[in-house]
Design a protein around this ligand. Structure first.
Ligand code: NAP
Length: 344
């Protein structure tokens, strides 16, 4: 089978296309024939490493956490999944040498492989893992709940999503809207505004052209309940200005800088909760809840990808994985997907 690997950290040129043997699944594992591999910023960050020359945990690694495909073999003891099932994948490459989705077949523990509703395309399936699971966590960490998402779960809540044209922002808009929230999002351009509206945001605020705090206060005079934050440092003042009492600021990234300054008194006066999150270490319970609720949202038709629903797709083939990584690294607007094998 064809497989992409890297044996050193670095720029996209470290990614190599090789031929490898197809592996049999062991106990508690399934083998998936990948149709689509999804690329996320975490994939290039892992490949690049945090410092030049950083060593890898394995001699070589297959990249990419997200994907969708069809189960073609099951190991001993596997229940609930069978050959022929359409599936979506979470955290494929996490702590595994050859789990990544940039290859024709991957063998994974069953808890990383989830049934994909019949109505969902493989493109959608490969766009869920990192973005939608992250968005789900961010929307379920408020002090007064909810801890799960379903229609009505966020009724009467106002949610602000920073960067609503990003992949996580897009999933957050769709999940929050499905769950009943009033959804406000910030974006930096007219093009991104159109995408965020297409995703379903009720209110779109271009923070480069308006005083975002004034605009959000005008939309939500009592303030915002939950903020899904990609850029906590640059947005710290904005978030304080629009947070309501007991607001939650769910931080999933450090875009715009690692160090932020907070006015302590003003934050405790508002009982603000800052909740940071990292998918790799968030824990099984949060992942299981997200997988179940995201699958339900997909089944309801509430999560969709493509330009018409706010997330343009950029397609590459497996041999172009380096270009796909470079596109994400260069800030492609939309979802970068790798077409691995054709569906027969
Ligand atoms: N903690 C986790 O487990 C986790 C999970 C998923 C992703 N992440 C991280 O989250 C980040 C985004 O991922 P993604 O896949 O959504 O990337 P993406 O599709 O490239 O979107 C990033 C978005 O960030 C927004 N942004 C950048 N600077 C901003 C600022 N100063 N204020 C407001 N928005 C800003 C941009 O929107 P505007 O141009 O409109 O501002 C852009 O659309 C990446 O750094 C990724 O590594 C972390």
């Amino acid at each position: 089978m064809k497989s992409i690997i890297y044996s050193e950290t670095g720029d996209p040129s470290v990614l190599r296309l090789v031929d490898r043997d197809v592996v049999e699944p062991g106990p508690g594992e399934v083998r998936v024939r990948l149709v689509i591999s999804g690329v996320n910023p975490t994939d290039w960050k892992s490949r690049r490493g945090s410092s030049p020359g950083e060593s890898l945990p394995f001699a070589d690694i297959v990249p990419n956490q997200d994907g969708a495909g069809i189960i073609d073999a099951v190991g001993p003891g596997v229940t609930g999944l069978g050959v022929g099932d359409r599936v979506w994948i979470t955290l494929a490459a996490y702590q595994l040498q050859s789990g990544g989705t940039a290859q024709e077949y991957t063998v994974l523990p069953v808890d990383r492989v989830h049934p994909l509703p019949d109505s969902a395309s493989f493109e959608l399936g490969a766009s869920l893992g990192v973005p939608a699971v992250t968005a789900h966590r961010a929307l379920t960490v408020a002090e007064d709940g909810p801890s799960r998402l379903y229609p009505g779960a966020l009724d009467d809540k106002v949610v602000l999503i920073a960067g609503g044209a990003g992949a996580v922002g897009h999933a957050a808009i769709q999940l929050a809207r499905w769950a009943g929230a009033t959804v406000i999002t910030t974006i930096s351009s007219a093009e991104k505004a159109a995408l965020a509206s297409a995703a379903g945001a009720h209110h779109v605020v271009n923070y480069t052209q308006t005083d975002a705090a004034d605009e959000i206060r005008r939309i939500a005079p009592d303030g915002v309940d939950v903020i899904v934050e990609v850029a906590p440092a640059p947005n710290a003042q904005l978030n304080l200005a629009i947070a309501r009492n007991h607001a939650t600021i769910a931080v999933y990234a450090n875009n715009g800088g690692d160090i932020m300054t907070l006015d302590v008194r003003k934050h405790f006066s508002l009982n603000v909760r800052y909740q940071f999150l990292l998918l790799y270490t968030v824990g099984r319970q949060a992942l299981d809840a997200a997988v179940a609720d995201v699958t339900a949202a997909v089944r309801d038709g509430a999560l969709e990808v493509g330009e018409q629903t706010g997330l343009p797709l950029h397609r590459f083939d497996l041999a172009q994985t380096a270009e796909a990584h470079a596109a994400v690294e260069d800030g492609a607007v939309g979802k970068v997907l790798i077409e691995v094998t054709a569906v027969q």
